[in-house]
Write a protein that binds this ligand. Sequence first.
Ligand SMILES: [Zn+2]
Ligand SMILES: [Zn+2]
Length: 346
Amino acid sequence: MKAMVLNSISDLKNNKTPLELVEISKPVPNKGEILISISVCGVCHTELDEIEGRTPPLEFPTILGHQVVGIVEDLGPEANRFKLNDRVGVAWIYSSCGECHYCLEGNDNLCHDFQATGRDHNGGYAEYMVVPENFAYEIPNSFSDSEAAPLLCAGAIGYRSLKLTDLKDGQNLGLTGFGASGHLVIKMARYMYPNSNVYVFARSEHERKFSKDLGAIWAGNTNDMAPEKLDAIIDTTPVWRPVVEALKNLNTEGRLVINAIRKEEGDKETLLGLNYARDLWMEKEIKSVANVSRADVSEFLELASKIDVKPEIQEYNLEDANLALNELKQGEIKGAKVLVVNKRAN
Ligand SMILES: [Zn+2]
Ligand SMILES: [Zn+2]
């Protein structure tokens, strides 16, 4: 099969082609696993973190990609959850132990044995992959393959970050950073908290305008003060300055939820601008979002089929994965980027 593999950690600034197109043998599903013939795989900011070593793969070569949509092509021994040709998706959670208290209470995203798709196991930048059948999801018919792929990461993690804000309907929500995840989160927030106002902080005028089109009551720059105090803010930026700026806008008991797998080091010194009395006093909280649970993915896919969350899509051929990654790094976001491996009518 064809696959785009990562052979070593590298800096995209110096190496524009970190992934190599190779021909390797098709994986074989083991007990309880399914073999998926991949249709599309979304391109995520986390792939940049993997390539540049902020959350590196366990071994090389590794096939990246954790927003996978395809059809079931073969069943391993004792795999009986799906039928051949069923359309399924795979998200960031590849497996967990299934026995610890995190797994038993549905927070398998926090399991000490959490394994990630496309980092700890080969993912979707290829023609085929295997996955434990209990970590695959039926895809609602209302979405095409390319529309469904970004929902599996940006959508599911956005859903988790929204749940973690602990927002009550009617309270003010802020979003700092307005990329693929923000577009989805604002639509979910409008549905889940119809009486809440959403305030968006974004660097580009285009993003600010777009957020208003999607229902934000106010949009400003990252360092602006919102006209009202906010009860929760979700940060989806890769840097530190928005964290400091967001805390100033939080209400008493407000919570900042950081939805980023790693923060870049470049502007870390802005943290020295934190003012305890202004930014943290009055029981303000900071919480991170770690991974995504299976329940988050299934609950979100069900929610997504009820509301209009079809993402804007920009498609690339599998062979052009390096181009897509470089454009993502440079912030050229014209919609969620998706690699098309096998174009199927749907
Ligand atoms: Zn992702
Ligand atoms: Zn566990």
